[in-house]
Write a protein that binds this ligand. Structure first.
Ligand SMILES: Nc1nc2c(ncn2[C@@H]2O[C@H](COP(=O)(O)OP(=O)(O)OP(=O)(O)O)[C@@H](O)[C@H]2O)c(=O)[nH]1
Length: 623
């Protein structure tokens, strides 16, 4: 590990995945999402059963109906029932959506310290999913668009896991390594595991279909390994392409999307004429706009594409005048410019959106000289402006006591004034509001400092916590971590009757090694034996140093025959070690879980320990 490593040495262990799992940092899909996934795998999917599961999840039901009625989606009358929504969107897409969104919700709910990086990654995955689905939603393409959507949504779930586990260091790693292969290398070097290993393990754990998992695996392979005409390779190429192109879609960079689409469709053997492309780009942006609105922080993601107002960067507070008649505007412009405000102007409410990313806009001053019932779209627009604490909205109306004026205040206008307001009075009101804005800005700056401190604190606490779970001499898990791991897996033993095996290992005559060669040589022998364990157990097993010369291996899903095999192998490999202290001899007892006779993991350990004691007693020369 080099000096620039972002995590301490003790964390960079082969068993990182197990540590992450044991600490519960993996993104987890909701039980609804997993049930949906299981249901749609069956040959004859029962639509009503699927609808039943969805209806129990209110948030998912709402999203499903919204999605089914999205503008630009399948034309037809509005859908109001879950069943109809399912038919319109497709079962697989819904299941994929449920998994993806529940993972996002999970992160938001747990208020991940670096939520912005986490959400950016979620958005990247969602944009890739939208692109992949859009590309394959044509009859000539031999793969299912819905499958592709889900695959793209979940392809980088391992990155989300790492981001939760190491929020800050991993976001640094992501920033420094934009290229996938560099990122994988950096992860392996600095964290001891790459995101792909975690993605694949998670998908396997969730029972994701193997061919789709395989496509995800290939999608991150070197370019030459992605070539192939079978289904997995075609899917992998699309996934890779969608991931690369997604940032252009998020920033709605028309030219770049154009280039990507041309290239991507050519990849699928589809030729498109130059005339067709702009329509396609518009279509895909429309899709994204609708899907993207399902991830928090969507609005802020558009910052980088705000049409440039042509104004030089400045910290002057700007007034954005909306629909103010020319004559009045001219008089205001000169007055307010004289008071140090910048003045911008747009003609309609709709046009305001493009200026909202201009951070220097402090006031929206809306001229609404006709009483007017606000439409749904206008209300939503209005609400999105009023969500901004550091901005004030002033509306000018013909008559203050009209119900319309009251409605504006209710939906978030900071102040409503009559159109006849004098310039000095308007100026005084702006000055009053400005005071509030300054307080809000300072508060936000303070909050962001607190967030940063908090994230550092959380990270340090996590590192310390992790250190309390590892054995400092060998880097193996310690007894505490073993207990947590056993407890988690015991659940599977009781619930699903899955086997769980343990091996307890004691080095033979270790005291003699210490006495003869010294304590340091004894330590080296312990470390060497730990390496034997790490190299010979499966990825899903947990190797533990219990203390002194005693070790434990916990093997989920392993039965007696596997344990017997592992036992022989460990004894053999230890015997072949070439150490200053000579080959290592060890005794190994093992036991397999039996939910009928054992009530807890400690009974399983006890049985393995008794086996070990019998072996120790019966060793030649002992008795
Ligand atoms: N070098 C070193 N020795 C340790 C460490 N922890 C415990 N020990 C030594 O490990 C030895 C364990 O000895 P015993 O429990 O008597 O076992 P043994 O000599 O292996 O005898 P049998 O188990 O009967 O084969 C003791 O001498 C401890 O001092 C450690 O961290 N480093």
């Amino acid at each position: 590990m080099n000096d620039e490593s972002v995590v301490p040495d003790t964390l960079a262990e082969d068993s990182l995945l197990l540590q992450i799992r044991a600490l519960g940092h993996l993104p987890s899909p909701s039980s609804t999402a997993l049930r949906l996934y299981a249901l749609i795998q069956s040959e004859d999917v029962d639509l009503h059963k699927v609808a039943e599961v969805i209806k129990r999840d209110v948030a998912l039901t709402v999203r499903l109906i919204r999605m089914a009625n999205r503008p630009g989606g399948t034309p037809g009358r509005p859908v109001a029932s879950v069943e109809e929504g399912l038919m319109r969107i497709g079962l697989k897409t819904v299941a994929g959506l449920a998994v993806g969104l529940s993972v996002i919700d999970d992160a938001v709910a747990s208020s991940a310290p670096d939520a912005s990086a986490y959400l950016a990654l979620c958005r990247h995955s969602l944009a890739a999913a939208v692109l992949a689905e859009w590309m394959c939603d044509r009859p000539e393409i031999p793969v299912s668009a819905a499958d592709l959507f889900t695959c793209a949504l979940l392809a980088r779930i391992g990155q989300l896991a790492l981001l939760r586990f190491y929020p800050e260091p991993y976001s640094v790693l992501l920033r420094l390594n934009q290229n996938t292969h560099e990122l994988l290398d950096a992860e392996r070097e600095q964290l001891g595991i790459d995101h792909q290993a975690i993605t694949l393990a998670l998908l396997q754990e969730w029972g994701f279909p193997d061919p789709l998992t395989e496509a995800i695996r290939i999608s991150e392979a070197e370019p030459e390994l992605r070539v192939g005409n079978d289904r997995s390779h075609v899917m992998a190429q699309i996934l890779n392409f969608a991931w690369e192109a997604a940032p252009a879609l998020i920033s709605r960079h028309t030219e770049k999307i154009n280039g990507y689409l041309e290239h991507g469709l050519a990849l699928l053997g589809q030729s498109v004429s130059t005339e067709e492309l702009p329509g396609m780009v518009e279509d895909i942006i429309g899709h994204w706009q609708e899907w993207g609105s399902h991830t928090p922080g969507h609005d802020s993601s558009n910052k980088d594409i705000a049409p440039n107002s042509g104004e030089a960067e400045s910290v002057t507070t700007r007034l954005l005048l909306v629909g103010v008649p020319l004559a009045i505007r001219q008089s205001w412009e000169s007055t307010f410019a004289g008071r140090g405000y910048g003045v911008l102007n747009v003609d309609s409410w709709g046009a305001v959106t493009t200026q909202m990313t201009n951070e220097s806009v402090g006031f929206l001053i809306i001229w609404q000289d006709e009483p007017h019932i606000l439409g749904e779209q206008e209300k939503r627009l209005f609400e999105s402006w009023t969500g901004e604490e550091q901005r004030a909205i002033v509306v000018l109306v013909p008559e203050l006591n009209a119900p319309f004026a009251q409605e504006l205040l209710e939906i978030g206008a900071d102040i409503v004034l009559p159109c006849t307001v004098s310039v000095p009075l308007l100026g005084a009101q702006l000055a009053r509001l400005e005071g509030k804005l300054v307080v809000a800005r300072n508060l936000e700056a303070e909050r962001s400092t607190h967030r940063k401190l908090l994230s550092e604190l959380v990270l340090t606490t996590r590192k310390l916590h992790l250190q309390t779970l590892t054995d400092p001499l060998t880097g193996l898990a310690n007894r505490r971590m073993a207990e947590a791991f056993l407890k988690r897996h015991w659940f599977q033993v009781e619930r699903r009757n899955l086997p769980l095996g343990v091996l307890i290992i004691d080095l033979d005559d270790f005291k003699r090694i210490n006495d003869k060669f010294g304590h340091d040589a004894g330590d080296a022998a312990l470390r060497a034996f730990a390496t034997v364990l790490k190299e010979n157990v499966r990825q899903e097993d947990l190797a533990v140093r219990l203390g002194g010369d005693e070790f434990l291996v916990v093997c989920p899903l392993a039965q007696v025959s596997n344990l017997e095999y592992l036992r022989k192998r460990l004894i053999e490999v230890a015997r072949q070690l070439t150490l200053e202290t000579g080959p290592l001899s060890c005794s190994i007892g093992f036991a397999e879980s039996d939910r009928n006779t054992m009530k807890s993991p400690s009974e399983l350990l006890k049985q393995a320990d008794e086996h070990l004691m019998r072996l120790k007693r019966n060793r030649p020369g002992k008795g």
